[in-house]
Design a protein around this ligand. Sequence first.
Ligand code: FES
Length: 237
Amino acid sequence: MAKQVTFKIKRYSPSEDKSWVQEYTIDLRPGMTVLEALWNIVRHVDGSLSFRYSCRGAVCGSCAMVINQAITLACHTQVAMLGTDVIEIEPLPRMKVLKDLVVDIEAFLDKYKSIDPHLKNTLPHERELLQTRDSRAQINDAVKCILCTSCHAACPLTAVDDTYLGPAVLTAAQRFAFDDRNENRDEILKKVNDTEGALGCRTVSRCTEVCPKGIEPSIRIKEIKAQIKKHANEGKL
Ligand code: FES
């Protein structure tokens, strides 16, 4: 007989404005991830359970949630590795819940878009636009960001200050401010040169603890602060 696992899932009904914890017990299959377990519940037990996912391979960042008190990706978490028969699942903290495990990321995306997170280059694109090795090395970590919002949800400052951009957005700022192909580098530094941006970080480093990609956003923010200081000393800001 297959081993059984009980999931205690925090649910929320927007139509009733009601939240509750619902239990589901399912058979554990070898190698089953938490995301697969959620799908098993939807298919065979309760089709009304809502959650986000897309890639199932820790690439899209859609399935971030709290699993046994830890913020992580459901598709990257094997049930057996949790070492318990009872698994508690909640939506990401400090974010508005739309339904069950689905949180509202609109405010986060607005902040993300506000820093112009893309390469701007006016050179004729007749051939590949090459990046120097030094520049690539400087953004080696930040390019791994999948915008899962785990760090954004974990940061205690984003919880108390709606205007603070937060670690994921500042990681994107580091990525585009250090890319030597981007003609918009100084503009991005200017955008985050205040307490709503990099200067607002107090290096609590919860972001670094929860990042599923090991990006260490708190270090990336320190790099932005150092770059801002350098540019200010050179009279560029
Ligand atoms: S489903 Fe894409 S990161 Fe988990």
